[in-house]
Design a binder for this molecule. Structure first.
Ligand SMILES: Nc1ncnc2c1ncn2[C@@H]1O[C@H](COP(=O)(O)OP(=O)(O)OP(=O)(O)O)[C@@H](O)[C@H]1O
Ligand SMILES: [Mg+2]
Length: 340
């Protein structure tokens, strides 16, 4: 069975062996601190989601924890081992699916996995057996004998994940594992990762998909320009921003500022708006009725196409915590009054 073949057994039963701890981790490139003051305490058998916009420092953190890069300051242990002092020993205990594909396009998927297995000290037969189990698990069996360069992006991504699992890692690092995967493959991968976690594997994953973090992660760290701007469970982060959201969709971008102004009287915070989606969003005060909002918009002469009230999601948390050019706060009113 799958569990018996690839189940990570190393360190099972020792609560300190399989986790990740970081203290004040930082990395500077020239004048730029790509990462600063990162503190982590990831318990064995749990999932940490690292979130952040492009350039937030996610890959930098993963590279330090996987010994591919040295921290400028701070320290970290992975599976109880100091990454700076014993990088080789750390590498024996981890699996990594980097953001950039690492499998060889000129080999078949099966040979790629077999080679990686042999690097982990398995016999050829053993490596092939384990590789085949993982290919099956990631729905790639049919393509096992095809050259990897003929793979689609999503197939490659899944092969990267298979490769990261060859060494039965205690701690698995996945840098945007589901980018480019179609919804079904994404769901399948989540299920497989959950299985690994239930068997004791610790996972640190980065993602751009808030739904992924919400479903997969026990804990979430939100990075913005290298700094940790939030840390907590998905529920804690959602509770932190609390109130229900109101979304108002308008017909034209020129109506966004007016709509934002009209609903600001009902809002707990200044409304934010999405230029592309033509939606103004705000956390609304308890007791506000949608009908009041409709009237206010009507009085302001705003043509709202749709008005919806909903619970806050992790997307809202993310948007309210991080700087995003597409979601602007209504505090530069002069700019926003200009029709786009
Ligand atoms: N080798 C390097 N030399 C100089 N700057 C770097 C280097 N690697 C990363 N950076 C910078 O560090 C910052 C963080 O980059 P990083 O790759 O960690 O971001 P990220 O959160 O993984 O982004 P993405 O979502 O695009 O993958 C960026 O500003 C990036 O330009
Ligand atoms: Mg990255």
């Amino acid at each position: 069975m799958y569990e018996q073949t690839v189940r990570p057994l190393k360190g099972a039963g020792d609560p300190l062996s399989g986790g990740v701890v970081a203290t004040g981790l930082g990395k500077r490139f020239g004048d730029l601190w790509a990462l600063r003051g990162l503190d982590l305490n990831v318990a064995p058998g749990t999932v940490l989601g690292l979130l952040g916009h492009n350039g937030a420092g996610k890959t930098t953190a993963i590279r330090i924890l996987t010994t591919l890069s040295q921290a400028t300051e701070g320290s970290a242990t992975v599976a109880g081992i100091d990454v700076a002092a014993h990088p080789g020993r750390v590498r024996e205990r981890i699996g990594v699916a980097a953001q950039q594909a690492t499998v060889d396009g000129l080999m078949t998927a099966r040979l790629n996995l077999q080679t990686i297995g042999c690097l982990h000290g398995m016999s050829k037969a053993e490596a092939r057996r384990r590789g085949d189990v993982l290919l099956e698990r990631l729905d790639l069996s049919e393509f096992a004998s095809k050259l990897v360069r003929t793979y689609s992006g999503g197939m490659r991504r899944r092969l990267d994940v298979a490769a990261s699992l060859m060494g039965q890692p205690e701690v698995l690092f996945l840098d945007e594992p589901t980018t480019g995967l179609d919804p079904r493959s994404r769901g399948d991968l989540w299920e497989m990762l959950r299985e690994l976690v239930s068997e004791g594997t610790t996972i640190i994953l980065t993602t751009q998909y808030l739904e992924e973090a919400d479903r997969m992660a026990n804990d979430i760290v939100v990075l913005d320009h290298g700094r940790t701007v939030a840390h907590g469970t998905p529920a804690e982060l959602k509770a932190r921003i609390g109130d229900d959201r109101l979304d108002v969709k308008v017909a034209n971008a020129s109506e966004l500022p007016g709509a934002a102004k009209a609903i600001s009287v009902f809002a707990e915070e200044e409304p934010m708006y999405d230029m592309d989606g033509l939606v103004v969003t705000a956390p609304i005060r308890p007791g506000v009725r949608v009908i009041d909002v409709v009237r206010a918009l009507d009085d302001a002469g705003i043509e709202a196409i749709d008005i919806a009230r909903r619970e806050a999601t992790l997307d809202d948390v993310f948007m309210s915590l991080t700087s995003n050019s597409h979601h602007q706060r209504d505090d530069s009113k002069d700019d926003q009054r200009d029709p786009i």
